[in-house]
Write a protein that binds this ligand. Structure first.
Ligand code: NAX
Ligand code: ADP
Ligand code: K
Length: 508
């Protein structure tokens, strides 16, 4: 499974490298692309009574002419619709020349029951909102309820941002080539694509090297090889010790959710640092998790010197005032290269008017730092990068990571993890069941735990986001945040399951 996710511009560079060898290479790729699409159509829509192929003026339309030819050559009923023809001498012109079906104008299109629509109007070359005849046909097809197979991208969907540019098709199936594009994974693009198939059209993997893609789909191969290992010599402190700062008497639950999640994710020891007024409440609810009083910065510093936790989490239920800011400074000041620090929720909001001060503290710290904002918290630290600016979620997270010096986890259905060095991952296994109070506290506890166990910030954040989402999927309806830590063992068993061999059984 290839995990790189490219931009349309990067894909264009890959294409140009792939067609450089000779004059027929471009049409060869187009024939392969069309054959891949036709193969998927025949495998999935064998019952269709006919095929409408809508072709645009560029190479996406060229792929469409290849599909139309291949379906017609099988004796199937095919009608092709196009307004502008391809440029003379282009690969698409060759594809049109080889196509036995004569194009009709888009205005002649009328839906027919049980026919399939093949969308080859625009793909990666989409540059402006879809209007006019193309917009009219998108509306007509959508109203008809006919199934749509999109070539490369549903027409109207921006392959970079995942947002529609004007009218857009909602496809049942999208067949793309070589690698997924960002628009296939970001919302709402992911829903607009329907099922997504990535076809191999003969472009070598090496074509990607020159492009230097730094964005991946967040899947276990990115981080499973460096998930913390345990051995016979492991003891509880060598598995990492996480400190979680609790809020006051009526806001202690969030820190306990984080603390339990940190323990379930493998930290050998977890300590809740509690204000005096919340000690007895925390004590009543904690069993394996340790508890220590920390009202003041000096109490926090004494704990850090005394117990040297390898990870710390500040924010869930912590309050947005001076105590949280001064605790953040102390944690950042005293961190070593081995320390993993997560700032979530209130710890982010506490710096809403002092973002640059916060970023300065993060940059000056020796520790690994992760920020885990939802869009609202993100907008407080990075108002100029908030959603709605037309910039993609990947780019917003990348710029925020670069600016702050921290690894950013910008949460949501399509959570982005971005490192200050430009690497980013798009998460794809979340479920809306995770939209429940306290679920983010569990996530930040897991990430703090993985860093405390030695994982680097980017991989810990990617792994945490994935296992958190997988836990949510495993539970489904009725999920509350308390369920998530208890689901981690099952998710981790699945992730690391190895078949037990007879000799291993005999030894145990
Ligand atoms: N070697 C290659 O380059 C390959 C490309 N392939 C196909 O080529 C496609 C990209 O081809 P193109 O770069 O020709 O781009 P498109 O076919 O997506 O678009 C063609 C042209 O339409 C114009 N246009 C953009 N948005 C418009 C709008 N809203 N209204 C009216 N006109 C608009 C632009 O000038 C654009 O160059 C991919 O999506 C894929 O389907 C495949 O054939 C595989 C190989
Ligand atoms: N619609 C959604 N689909 C998938 N995941 C979601 C959705 N809404 C929220 N989440 C996830 O649920 C978690 C919620 O975190 P957050 O907003 O901080 O909640 P809280 O502060 O109550 O813990 C995040 O991991 C986020 O990505
Ligand atoms: K298309």
């Amino acid at each position: 499974m290839h995990l790189e996710v490219v931009t349309p511009e990067e894909m264009g560079r890959v294409d140009r490298a792939a067609i450089a060898p000779g004059p027929h290479a471009g049409y060869g790729l187009m024939r392969n692309a069309g054959a891949a699409v036709a193969g998927e159509i025949l495998a999935r829509y064998a019952e269709a009574e006919g095929f409408f192929v809508l072709c645009g003026p560029g190479n996406n339309g060229g792929d469409g002419y290849v599909v139309a030819r291949l379906l017609a050559e099988r004796g199937l009923e095919v009608r092709v619709f196009a307004d502008a023809g391809p440029a003379t001498g282009s690969d698409a012109a060759l594809a049109l020349g080889d196509c036995p079906v004569k194009p009709e104008p888009l205005s002649a299109f009328q839906p027919r029951r049980a026919w399939l629509v093949v969308d080859a109007l625009f793909g990666a070359g989409l540059k402006r909102p879809v209007e006019g005849g193309e917009a009219a046909i998108i509306a007509e097809v959508s109203n008809s309820g006919l199934a749509v197979v999109a070539i490369d991208l549903p027409t109207g969907l921006c392959g970079l941002t995942g947002k529609p540019l004007g009218s857009a098709f909602s496809a049942d199936l999208t067949v793309t080539f070589f690698r997924k594009k960002r628009g296939h994974l970001l919302v709402p693009g992911r829903q607009i694509c329907g099922d997504l198939v990535v076809a191999d059209i003969g472009i070598a993997d090496s074509a990607l090297h020159a492009v230097g893609c730094k964005v991946w789909e967040n899947q276990p191969p990115l981080w499973r090889p460096i998930w913390p290992k345990i051995t016979a010599g492991t003891h509880k402190y060598s598995r990492g010790h996480v400190a979680v700062v609790s809020g006051g008497a009526i806001t202690t639950g969030a820190a306990r959710l984080s603390a339990l999640a940190a323990a379930r994710a493998g930290a050998g020891a977890v300590t809740v640092l509690s204000p005096a007024n919340a000690l007895s409440i925390n004590a009543m609810h904690l069993t394996s998790i340790m508890l220590r009083k920390a009202d003041t910065v000096s109490e926090l510093q004494a704990f850090l010197v005394d117990r040297k936790p390898s990870g710390a989490l500040l924010g869930p239920g912590a309050g947005t005032g001076g105590r949280t800011r001064s605790f953040a400074r102390a944690l950042l000041d005293q961190a070593t290269e081995a320390s993993g620090l997560v700032f979530d929720a209130d710890a982010i909001t506490a710096f809403r008017d002092r973002a640059d001060v916060f970023f300065g503290m993060i940059r000056a710290s020796a520790g690994k730092v992760v920020l885990t904002p939802h869009e609202g918290e993100f907008a407080r630290l990075f108002p100029e990068l908030q959603d709605g600016t037309g910039v993609s979620k990947v780019q917003r997270a990348q710029e925020a990571a670069e600016r702050s010096g921290a690894t950013l986890v910008l949460k949501g259905f399509d959570t982005i993890v971005a490192a200050p060095d430009g690497r980013a991952a798009i998460n794809v296994n979340a479920t809306p069941h995770l939209a429940t109070a306290g679920s983010g506290d569990v996530l930040s506890g897991i990430i703090a735990s993985l860093m405390a166990q030695g994982m680097p910030a980017f991989e810990a954040a990617c792994a945490g986001v994935w296992v958190h989402a997988e836990s949510g999927r495993t539970f489904g309806y009725g999920l509350v945040a308390e369920d998530l830590p208890d689901l981690l063992p099952e998710v981790l068993q699945r992730l690391f399951y190895k078949k037990v061999t007879p000799s291993a059984q005999a030894r145990s």
